[in-house]
Ligand binder design. Structure first.
Ligand code: ADP
Ligand code: MG
Length: 231
């Protein structure tokens, strides 16, 4: 479904990704791991077209999307939940969701209801400004917002970072349900190894802008893999 080949990305003269390859088949849940600053967020941004690529290709659902605009990628079925969630704090929860619907005019109206079924607590907060929600609620809103566009694949950048434990469990359950029930392909950036072990089929570890290890999630138990993730 998603195939990244030889991806190189720079910020000005500082190169951050040095030829990254990554495959996420339809229906898979791939966990992208690695220490802080290795290039995980940069990779997701390049897949979404938020950052330009210097070399390499990104293919999604059989098409070369390397030069497409972000909104075109969303229409093709890529959903993105950025790190730190980036909801619109001045808008209400309902308005945040409405803005997302406008980004994907072809999505079914029922998609909004289904997104709210996943996070029922948001239903009672539709008229509250997003900026007044807890961090965990904002993260749930950010995920719901991505789902309103009816993606075939979801990119989640550290959805549990800094979130209170009870809501981490709710987010974990939501990711599992999207993967197992809805059959979405998911590329999850996650530093919490136990969560990755519970959710992922496959993993990819980045270090200094290169893939240093990739495999089936059982290998995450290996000491050699854990060393790559230790701070
Ligand atoms: N906007 C930016 N301008 C310049 N350098 C950046 C920018 N964003 C990230 N970087 C650098 O790129 C590298 C990778 O960052 P990032 O992709 O955010 O890593 P990760 O998500 O794995 O923590 C880091 O060295 C970071 O300092
Ligand atoms: Mg990051």
């Amino acid at each position: 479904m998603l195939s990244v080949q030889g991806l190189q990305v720079s910020y000005g003269r500082a190169q951050v990704l040095f030829g990254v390859d990554l495959e996420a088949p339809a229906g898979s849940l791939v966990c992208l791991m690695g220490r802080n600053g290795v290039g995980k967020t940069t990779l997701l941004k390049a897949v979404m077209g938020v950052l330009p690529v210097r070399a390499g290709t990104v293919r999604f659902d059989g098409q070369d999307i390397t030069r497409m605009k972000t909104h075109e990628r969303v229409r093709l079925g890529l959903g993105y939940v950025p790190q730190g969630h980036e909801t619109f704090p001045q808008l209400t929860v309902g308005e945040n969701l409405q803005v997302a619907r406008e980004a994907a005019p072809n999505a079914r109206p029922g998609a909004l209801d289904e997104a709210l079924d996943l996070f029922p607590a948001l239903r009672g907060l539709l008229r509250r400004r997003a900026g007044f929600l807890s961090g965990g609620q904002q993260q749930q809103l950010a995920i719901a917002r991505a789902l309103v566009t009816e993606p075939k694949m979801l990119l989640l950048d550290e959805p549990t970072e800094g979130i209170q434990p009870s809501i981490v469990l709710e987010i974990e359950a939501a990711i599992r349900s999207l993967h197992e029930q809805a059959g979405l392909a998911i590329l999850l950036v996650e530093q919490y190894l136990e969560l990755a072990l519970r959710l992922a089929d496959q993993f990819v570890i980045l270090d200094a802008g290169e893939v240093v290890r990739a495999g089936d999630s059982e290998e995450l138990h290996d000491e050699s893999v854990r060393r790559l993730l230790a701070v």
